[in-house]
Ligand binder design. Structure first.
Ligand code: AMP
Ligand code: ZN
Length: 115
């Protein structure tokens, strides 16, 4: 999917503030951070949402919590805590239709739902 923003970031056609990369996953800073630490973790292979996982993207996505925990620790959040979430579809407010997980922390994050 050539027009997908996060595919372009994964292919390095669009710059991003990368914080982690391996063969199948990429993490970068959210361009409009909602917390002192706000990272996005994505599978490099295109997949619209958790409802569209393939064997390939499911295998990659299964490692995201582990990568998130490592990134949280790297950003000093191990004791203070952090949140990992994924918006899937319109009611969840998904705006970029390439599967991604938000890693948030560095301040009290409030209730479990945004509003
Ligand atoms: P969502 O609303 O869950 O689909 O999240 C999409 C996220 O992507 C938002 O938090 C945006 O701020 C973020 N975003 C959009 N464009 C970029 C970009 N070029 N680089 C980094 N983050 C982006
Ligand atoms: Zn994509």
């Amino acid at each position: 999917m050539t027009e997908c923003l996060f595919c372009k970031i994964a292919r390095k056609e669009i710059p991003s503030a990368l914080v982690y990369e391996d063969e199948h996953l990429l993490a970068f800073k959210d361009i409009f951070p909602q917390a002192p630490v706000h990272l996005l973790i994505i599978p490099k292979a295109h997949c619209e949402s958790l409802g569209d996982l393939t064997t390939e993207t499911a295998t990659a996505a299964a490692r995201i919590p582990q990568v998130a925990a490592r990134l949280a620790a790297d950003h000093g959040l191990q004791t203070s805590g952090w949140r990992l979430l994924s918006n899937n579809g319109p009611d969840a407010g998904q705006t970029v239709f390439h599967l991604h997980f938000h890693l948030l922390g560095g301040k009290p994050l409030g209730g479990k739902l945004c509003q």
